[in-house]
Design a protein around this ligand. Structure first.
Ligand code: SF4
Length: 86
């Protein structure tokens, strides 16, 4: 049976590993027509990896998990480091 996601939990209430796994599982469910190409995704993540705003997989500028933000077509880097979407 699938485990239900609690939408009212705070970080202290969560199992960190479980939370990270649920984030990875969510990323897999983003529909193909909402994703950038694998090449663009990889380029964006490379830029994030070398960015001083990356902290614990999150962007300090916007508060997003970069692996999710970088995946979506309609998102952008808050300080325009990614350049235009291909
Ligand atoms: S989204 Fe932009 S500002 Fe945030 S970590 Fe990535 S490159 Fe840096």
């Amino acid at each position: 049976m699938d485990k239900k996601i609690c939408r009212r939990c705070l970080l202290d209430d969560l199992d960190f590993d479980e939370y990270m796994q649920s984030l990875k599982d969510y990323i897999k469910t983003v529909p193909p027509d909402a994703r950038v190409s694998d090449e663009v995704y990889s380029e964006r993540l490379d830029i994030c990896r070398s960015c001083e705003e990356l902290a614990n997989a999150m962007c300090r500028q916007c508060g997003c998990y970069v692996e999710l933000r970088a995946l979506k077509q309609k998102t952008h880097c808050p300080i325009d480091k990614w350049g235009p979407t291909l």
